[in-house]
Design a protein around this ligand. Structure first.
Ligand SMILES: *[C@@H]1O[C@H](CO)[C@@H](O)[C@H](O)[C@H]1NC(C)=O
Ligand SMILES: *[C@@H]1O[C@H](CO)[C@@H](O)[C@H](O)[C@H]1NC(C)=O
Ligand SMILES: *[C@@H]1O[C@H](CO)[C@@H](O)[C@H](O)[C@H]1NC(C)=O
Ligand SMILES: *[C@@H]1O[C@H](CO)[C@@H](O)[C@H](O)[C@H]1NC(C)=O
Length: 412
């Protein structure tokens, strides 16, 4: 009897181990060829309980992503780790729907790595955003996923925040507190157009030294006509302040840093900093959240990486003659049509770029149906200072577009 029980126990143990082995084989598989660096990867189509809080949409996207990575490996391509996606955030309020969609269009058209879009918008715009993005063709749609959020404040003290801040204008200050699980993000204003892949901007994150947690361009190149150094009634960063229209943020670092300030002698966390800062300076600030960022980085300059004006090229850089040396050298990387110049006739060169991207249909030949009409339109703007510099507007874009046909066929 005792022998029988021992045999039974052995069998059970054996059965359990074989079960585990088969489970393992079925549910996991090595994508790389094995060896020391082999990575376990979740196999497409098989749900694993412990995968985390992934909704159907996420699983779907993730599966496709892994399949693409696998295909790459199986076709003898690089054996790199699947790269994490890039995150892009924008705040869209009022009549900014089409402008925001055109910004997103420029981003997904040119970018290489997968993009996660975080769109913060007034509720009445949500359906239109979703309808527009879902109508884009599959080969473009597969390059990004998105979430549309209501304009909101961190749940703690929401009522108090609301009393003090204009919701739309200050939303971006709260991104590190709202997108708690996101490590890093590119924040852009809705009037931004990417003229080269977001990837290039994203790559600057890895160049941050140990104290840097955000990257921005100066507000101006030319102190004689700049704003902050002549008019600001509050501290600002550097010689001419910063422009926050394109802002790269390592939010993990923002959440973990104690910021020096002129209110207490101890460092304050981001969420502790905003409210007292606004209370102290509310009568003196003109440009809202950008002014608050200037005050913060005035006291914490070591936290900022300054990138050159070609990454945030505005009418200020050409309206009285060209003053952005980095764009002269390598073309405009990111265009920022502030002061509404995409929608009026004051700076026709800016409007021409906006219209060319807005009118382009995905999949059409980019040289013929985007670049050529744009160049033609820009030649009509040479009576303006910005139009005289029209080659800066297309130099980088032309290079970026010459790559997209390759990307498009790869993604199809
Ligand atoms: C988008 O993809 C990322 C990448 O893994 C994922 O974490 C996120 O949850 C996805 N978002 C949506 C809305 O599917
Ligand atoms: C952001 O900073 C954290 C903490 O230093 C680091 O672990 C992370 O890799 C950084 N993110 C990027 C994209 O460089
Ligand atoms: C606000 O501006 C006034 C006038 O320039 C100045 O006297 C005051 O110190 C400023 N307030 C703060 C908090 O800097
Ligand atoms: C990082 O770079 C900034 C700007 O150049 C500088 O002020 C800061 O001291 C550097 N931080 C470290 C830890 O080297």
């Amino acid at each position: 009897m005792r022998r029988y029980i021992r045999a039974l126990a052995l069998c059970t143990v054996f059965a359990v181990f074989s079960g585990l082995y088969v489970y393992n084989k079925l549910f996991y598989s090595d994508v790389s060829a094995g060896g020391a660096g082999a990575r376990r990867v979740f196999v497409p189509g098989v749900r694993r309980g412990a995968v985390g809080k992934t909704g159907p949409q996420t699983t779907h996207w993730y599966n496709r992503y892994i399949m693409r990575q696998r295909a790459q490996v199986e076709s003898g391509g690089s054996q790199r780790r699947p790269e994490p996606p890039m995150h892009l955030a924008v705040v869209a309020c009022g009549p900014r729907l089409e402008e925001t969609l055109t910004m997103i269009k420029s981003a997904v058209l040119l970018s290489i790595r997968h993009l996660c879009l975080h769109i913060f918008a007034e509720d009445q715009l949500h359906a239109s955003f979703m309808e527009a993005l879902e109508s884009w063709p599959g080969f473009i749609r597969s390059r990004f996923n998105y979430t549309v959020y209501s304009i909101s404040f961190p749940s703690e003290n929401a009522a108090e925040w609301k009393k003090l801040f204009k919701p739309c204008a200050s939303q971006r200050l709260f991104l590190p507190l709202i997108l708690k699980k996101v490590d890093s993000v590119v924040y852009v204003d809705s009037d931004i157009l990417f003229l080269q892949p977001v990837d290039r901007l994203w790559a600057l994150l890895s160049q941050f030294n140990s104290s840097q947690l955000a990257a921005v361009a100066p507000e101006h190149e030319e102190p004689r006509i700049a704003w902050y150094n002549r008019f600001a009634r509050h501290p600002f960063y550097g010689r001419t302040g910063i422009n926050s229209g394109v802002m790269l943020m390592n939010m993990t670092r923002i959440r973990n840093t104690y910021f020096k300030n002129d209110m207490t002698t101890v460092g304050l966390r981001w969420e502790e900093l905003l409210m007292p800062l606004l209370q102290k300076y509310k009568l003196n600030i003109t440009w809202g959240d950008q002014d608050l960022l200037n005050i913060i980085f005035h006291h914490n300059p070591e936290c900022l990486l300054e990138f050159p004006c070609k990454w945030n090229y505005r009418p200020d850089h050409c309206i009285y003659g060209s003053n952005c040396a980095s764009a002269e050298e390598s073309g405009i990387y990111i265009l920022h049509g502030n002061r509404g110049v995409y929608h009026d006739h004051k700076q026709p060169a800016f409007r021409a770029v906006y219209e060319a991207i807005r009118k382009y249909s995905f999949g059409a030949d980019a040289a013929n149906s985007l670049l050529a009409p744009l160049e033609e339109e820009l030649l009509k703007t040479t009576h303006t200072y910005c139009g005289k510099s029209h080659t800066l507007f297309t130099k980088r874009l032309a290079q970026s577009l010459s790559n997209i046909n390759r990307n498009a066929t790869r993604g199809r």
